[in-house]
Design a protein around this ligand. Structure first.
Ligand SMILES: Nc1ncnc2c1ncn2[C@@H]1O[C@H](COP(=O)(O)OP(=O)(O)OP(=O)(O)O)[C@@H](O)[C@H]1O
Ligand SMILES: [Mg+2]
Length: 361
């Protein structure tokens, strides 16, 4: 078991030719990850997720700040004592090693090769049983998804304290992916392993995480459970990043203490703001209700998309030159081109400062 602490960690990438501007990939990052916690870094492409994982693994050094394992600085722990199993995005398998050799490397060095089959069996629950048939093959004879499975098997076939997974299931079939997440979660609990998992997929984050850390441009935007982040976002970024379908957002100005969105109407603000300041209001599609004809705001349906699993109909509508998303009951007889009427549930609206994106509470 292992707790991880990042203290004021920053990392900048410099172009060797000095022609490009340096990329400040991680900015003054502070985070404590508990023993046995399943933590997910969630954020858009390029936000610094892989960089963070490499810093935590000790594959890269921070420019400033320190990574601690159980309160010991990482660079003072010998590599063989770090107890890390890793699966990275660009799974690097040694080209002339058969999978069996790759997977058994750690245990063979310790004269424990006999333990390998049991580990492979464990991993088969995550990746599907055909993993055993991949053991005799070289990397060039494996597909992307198969290489990923071998990497996962390699990560587990050792004395583990910490698993670092960077989108490990990206190349698995959708059918396996859901099963793989459930199994991974179960195994990390069974073996009391700390898991740090990187993804840009919120469904994946939701199913694996005890806690999600949302990252944007190398900084922590917010952390918490999926539910807390979804229901109570601190910023417009988090509100827009989490939730399917995406939240609707509308620009407006403060007028006499209320939000004024011209044709959108007026709404009370949760906290007072100076007159004239710009405020964005966010309303999730499930908080817009259809009304009987004549009541509410009229809108023209552009598309009606059935969500079979969640049992609702997503309507993309045009309302005075703006596109909105709202949810209608599954099976409602609504076609593109229809005019519908709707009403916003202002009680559920979220308000954000238009300049900083910070939530107004
Ligand atoms: N070796 C490098 N040299 C220069 N810039 C780099 C290097 N590695 C990463 N970067 C830059 O640092 C930023 C963070 O990259 P990182 O790979 O951590 O993103 P990511 O969140 O993992 O993205 P993705 O979801 O696409 O994998 C990006 O702007 C990227 O271009
Ligand atoms: Mg990455």
């Amino acid at each position: 078991m292992r707790s991880i602490r990042l203290e004021n960690v920053s990392k900048t990438f410099y172009d060797k030719s000095r022609k490009l501007t340096p990329v400040l990939a991680i900015k003054d990052f502070n985070l404590l990850i508990d023993d046995g916690e399943a933590l997910v870094f969630l954020g858009p492409s390029g936000c610094g997720k892989t960089t963070l994982l490499r810093l935590i693994a000790g594959l890269d050094q921070p420019d400033s700040g320190t990574v601690y394992y159980n309160d010991v600085p990482l660079d003072s722990i010998p590599i063989e004592q770090r107890g890390i199993g890793m699966v990275f995005q660009n799974y690097v398998l040694i080209p002339h090693w058969e999978s069996r050799k790759t997977v058994g490397f750690f245990l063979r060095l310790r004269d424990r090769e006999h333990e390998v089959p049991a580990h492979v069996k464990t991993v088969a629950k995550i990746t599907g049983v055909d993993i055993e048939s991949l053991m005799g093959r070289l990397p060039r004879h494996l597909s992307g998804g198969e290489k990923q499975r071998v990497s996962i098997a390699r990560a587990f076939a050792r004395d583990l304290e910490l698993l670092l997974f960077d989108e490990p299931f990206a190349n698995l079939d959708a059918k396996f992916r859901a099963q793989a997440r459930v199994e991974l979660k179960r195994l990390t609990q069974e073996f009391s392993v700390t898991l740090i998992y990187v993804t840009h997929d919120q469904v994946e984050a939701m199913s694996i995480a005890d806690r999600i850390v949302v990252i944007n441009a190398g900084r922590i935007m917010q952390s918490g459970s999926y539910h807390a982040l979804h229901e109570d976002p601190d910023s417009l970024f988090v509100a827009e990043f989490l939730g399917t379908p995406t939240i609707n957002s509308f620009w407006g100005r403060v007028l006499d203490g209320a939000w004024d969105g011209s044709y959108m109407g007026r709404a009370p603000l949760p906290a007072s703001r100076p007159n004239g300041s710009e405020v964005i209001v966010g309303i999730r599609p499930q908080h817009i209700r259809l009304c009987a004809d004549g009541a509410g705001i009229p809108a023209t349906v552009e598309r009606a998309i059935p969500y079979f699993a969640e049992k609702f109909l997503l309507l993309e509508v045009w309302l005075r030159k703006r596109r909105w998303r709202l949810q209608a009951p599954f099976g409602a007889a609504i076609q593109p081109g229809d005019t519908i009427h709707c009403r916003l549930d202002w009680q559920r609206a979220l308000f954000f400062d238009a300049d900083s994106g910070a939530r107004i509470r």
